[in-house]
Structures are given as C-alpha cells and as structure tokens.
Design a protein around this ligand. Sequence first.
Ligand code: SAH
Length: 262
Amino acid sequence: MVFWFIINTSGKYTIFLAKLPSKCYFCRTFHSFDNIYMRIDILTVVPELLESPLSHSIVGRAIKKGLVEIHVHNLRRYGKGPRQQVDDYSYGGDAGMVLMIEPVYNMIQELKAEREYDEVIYMSPDGEILNQNIANELSLKGNLILLCGHYKGIDHRIREHLVTREISVGDYVLSGGELPAAILADSIIRLIPGALSDETSALSDSFQDGLVSAPIYTRPAEFNGWKVPDVLLSGNPKLIQKWQDEQAIERTKKLRPKLLEE
Ligand code: SAH
C-alpha cells in the first residue's frame, strides 16, 4: 500500500511516500528497504519552488520506491519576530536583502540534533561548478543538507562556519538556490541504484566515461526522408557498439574537446 503525504504544518513541507519493495540492483529480486539510501534536506525561503521538480519522473519514482527521502524546510519557521523575518539590509549599504544567520543556524542545529550529515552544501554561483564527477561522488553519501540562498545572498558567516561545500550550476546568477538545488538533487538521485528502471542506462549517459553520448534514435526508421543510420538497424551488436564509440569520440572532439585533454 502506498501513501503520499505533502505535509504543510507551520511551513514544513515533507515529500514522503511509504517505502515500496524495490528490485535490488545486485541480485535483481525484490527486497523491502529497511534503510533508505539517502536523505536530502533542503533549506529555503521559497519551498513552493521545489515541489514540482522533486515530485515527478525519476526523482518522484525514487521517492516512491523508498530510495531517497527529500525534506524541504521553510526557513521562515525560524524567522525573527511576528513577521518571521529571514532577511535584512546588508552592512555596507549594498542594494538587496541578505539572508540572516539565525534562521539558517537554528534549522541546521535542529537537523543535526537528529542525525549526522555528510555535507552542508550551499548553492552558490561562485561555488565549484557541478559536473558528473561531483554528482557521482555525492550519490554515495547518506545525508545531505542543501542550503538555498535568495535575494542578494546569505550572510558570509554561514558560509565560513556552517557550510562544508559550495556548488554552482554555472557561471550565471539565478534569483535563488532552489532551482540549482533541484538540479543537484536530480543529478544525484538518478544515480542511486534502483532509481532508473534500467540501471545501466546511467552508465551510458554523457560524461560518465569522459565522453558525450552517441546520437540516439527511435522508430520510425525513416521520417520525412530522414533516416536512422543503417548500422543501428543491422542487428549486429559489435558493429553498433563500434559505431557508438566512434560517434562518442567524434562528438566529444566537436562539442567538448576539453574532456579529451583531461
Ligand atoms: N549576490 C550573489 C548572487 C545572489 S543570487 C552573487 O553575486 O554571487 C541569490 C541566490 O541564488 C544565491 O544565494 C544562491 O543560493 C542562488 N544562486 C544563484 N545563482 C546560482 C548558481 N549559478 N548556482 C547555484 N546557486 C545560485
């Protein structure tokens, strides 16, 4: 039996599904999971931004299977005063509001009192740029906190004293860390064994072997005179693999030449 709860009590959102038995990656039989593989806690002032990206598709299914729990916490729960203030003007008079220390500190303390965390990750435009290696590495962790900034950013002391790692989704500035946190969570969760229906497909994705992937096609074999390469219709696995390897190298040379230098 499956129960889906999105609880919204005093600003605390929880996306949770009763654990289903799931097919074991190793022995290909069904076990019920006594322990989930991973727990991700996301701290934000706009929890609504995270609801949809984390409820559907592969991530939604991974939650349903009990492979991962995602808890989205509204920092306003620890906001100051009757207006639950979470931001204030910046010292130095720069334009834009700054996320205050106390709500972040209190929320992290609350979570750390319940369990240990492998990383407290701040989503930041000047952090290390997310790539497949980082996603692979983080997919092996147990408990992660993702902290989303907003407005002008967060009080720098949070970064100095509470955050263990900073990750960016690219050299451009977004309005908040929620979309970056959803991107990071997605890139990690799809790697958890059992999250993808065909687990090997993550291995043939771009960047896993330092190359971009070969072109892919589906039926019909011809549309509008546009044909699928003959080799893919040959039924010869060796020839197909050779063609895919060559294509991956060719496309990497053209699209991401730096990968071949690494
Ligand atoms: N003033 C900051 C930008 C703040 S943008 C600066 O100049 O660096 C507001 C928040 O959005 C940030 O605190 C961060 O959490 C998030 N954010 C914006 N762009 C991002 C990116 N490229 N990667 C990750 N997080 C980002």
